[in-house]
Design a protein around this ligand. Structure first.
Ligand code: SF4
Ligand code: SF4
Length: 58
């Protein structure tokens, strides 16, 4: 399973942070950071991202 973010595309809107069911996402100065120890690869963040910056493979 993989979780990837394209920081060039990300507009730092924070939408993904708000929908993650396990609160593994955080918006930092450098962009979105995912705590992969918590992530369950559900793909909700990928669906909600308005610019398609997140890709989840499971
Ligand atoms: S795939 Fe699911 S659990 Fe993982 S960061 Fe995205 S919303 Fe959170
Ligand atoms: S939803 Fe997409 S554009 Fe918005 S902060 Fe998350 S990764 Fe970035």
């Amino acid at each position: 399973m993989k979780w990837k973010i394209d920081r060039e595309k990300c507009i730092k809107c924070g939408a993904c942070v708000g929908v993650c069911p396990v609160m593994s996402l955080e918006l930092k100065d450098e962009g979105i950071v995912n705590d992969l120890k918590k992530c369950i690869f559900c793909g909700v963040c990928e669906k909600v991202c308005p610019v398609g910056a997140i890709k989840v493979e499971r």
